[in-house]
Design a protein around this ligand. Structure first.
Ligand code: TRP
Length: 339
């Protein structure tokens, strides 16, 4: 049998493990806000079940879950326009995840670079959940028949695996097009924000020095200080983008400026051609404070009322369940489960 065509639907998620950085904001949340207003249904999820693939202190997990939700809302994700919820409140993720564990092949999991990076030499001691993580991620997306998945470059392989799982399920169960083949949506100048002290490394929430990243909870003074102290090179800004070749730190600051000001890196270079860091860095610091400080202030306000955040998440989970339930019911029927 062939199922009906799929309407466009966006799904994406962030793990609540530790804090959020400028990388999460420019690479994900800000783009999700833009997609919210493009006429597609949007689901944004705090993926707490993914977080526990590595040990999380329970109280810290609760706090981080609310903080990611607060960051979404403070950044402009509007619970009246988008479905905002945490994964564990919708049990269909776990249920479909299991079915996909039985569709995906061990060989496919062995090719996932993120598992190799994260588990490293101690793969024997990694949780079984960390290994199966990509199949739960496929369930997150396909539980809603989502068609568009905004993610960073590092998650592209997981979205491709999701397509493979969808195709194999549809083929094995002879239900052509039941699960859609979702597209990864990877775009924008600053989808990969780099470390402020070492431009060859990604900005990460777990790096040793706090000076190497901008946290979404940083206040105005901290944001300004970090940009003013960001590492650069002796040359100032070039006249063309090519002049940033091989200058990772300089390129990163231009990309951040572009991302925060909604311009292309070319436009930023055109504006600051030949400028020294003494001019560019304060301008970047002002721009960043302007855009980010209101978000951290609003996050703080929201975090003072956790019951309200929980209420928003519960409402989102109800909406998510309403979409998932018929898809899950049909899946059970296709698989042959008696209900
Ligand atoms: N794996 C993603 C990350 O580490 C998070 C994630 C989980 C996700 N499920 C998802 C992203 C579904 C997009 C869609 O960043």
């Amino acid at each position: 049998m062939t199922e009906a065509a799929h309407t466009p639907r966006v799904f994406s998620g962030i793990k609540p493990s530790g804090g959020l950085t400028l990388g999460n904001y420019l690479g994900a949340i800000k783009r999700w806000v833009d997609m919210q207003d493009q006429g597609m249904e949007t689901l944004y999820c705090v993926v707490d079940m993914h977080a526990i693939t590595v040990w999380q202190d329970p109280a810290a997990l609760t706090h981080a879950t609310r903080e990611v939700a607060a960051a979404f809302i403070a950044s402009g994700i509007d619970p009246a326009k988008s479905i905002l919820f945490n994964q564990s409140m919708v049990s269909g993720h776990a249920e479909l995840g299991w079915i996909f564990n039985c569709v995906a092949r061990v060989g496919w999991m062995n090719r996932m670079t993120q598992f190799k990076d994260k588990a490293g030499k101690s793969a024997e001691k990694a949780s079984l959940g960390l290994y199966a993580y990509p199949s739960l991620m496929a369930a997150d997306i396909l539980l809603y028949h989502a068609t568009h998945v905004p993610v960073g470059e590092d998650q592209k392989q997981h979205v491709e695996l999701t397509r493979d799982i969808a195709a194999k399920f549809n083929h094995d169960y002879k239900c052509d097009n039941f699960f859609p083949a979702p597209e990864p949506v990877i775009e924008g100048p600053a989808t990969r924000v780099m470390n402020l002290r070492d431009g060859s490394k990604k900005m990460s929430k777990s790096g040793a020095s706090d000076m190497e990243r901008i946290n979404m909870t940083d206040d105005a003074d901290t944001i300004a200080k970090k940009f003013k102290k960001a590492r650069t090179d002796p040359d100032g800004l070039p006249d063309t983008l090519e002049g940033l070749q091989g200058r990772a730190e300089a390129r990163n600051l231009v990309d951040i400026y572009a991302g925060l000001s909604n311009q292309s890196p070319e436009a930023v270079i055109a504006e600051y051609a030949g400028a020294g860091w003494g001019r560019f860095k304060p301008a970047l610091a002002d721009l960043a404070v302007d855009k980010l400080a209101p978000i951290s202030t609003e996050m703080k306000r929201l975090m003072d009322d956790p019951a309200e955040i929980d209420r928003v998440l519960r409402h989102g989970a109800d909406q998510a369940r309403a979409i998932a339930e018929p898809i899950l019911a049909r899946t059970r029927e296709i698989v042959g489960f008696v209900s």
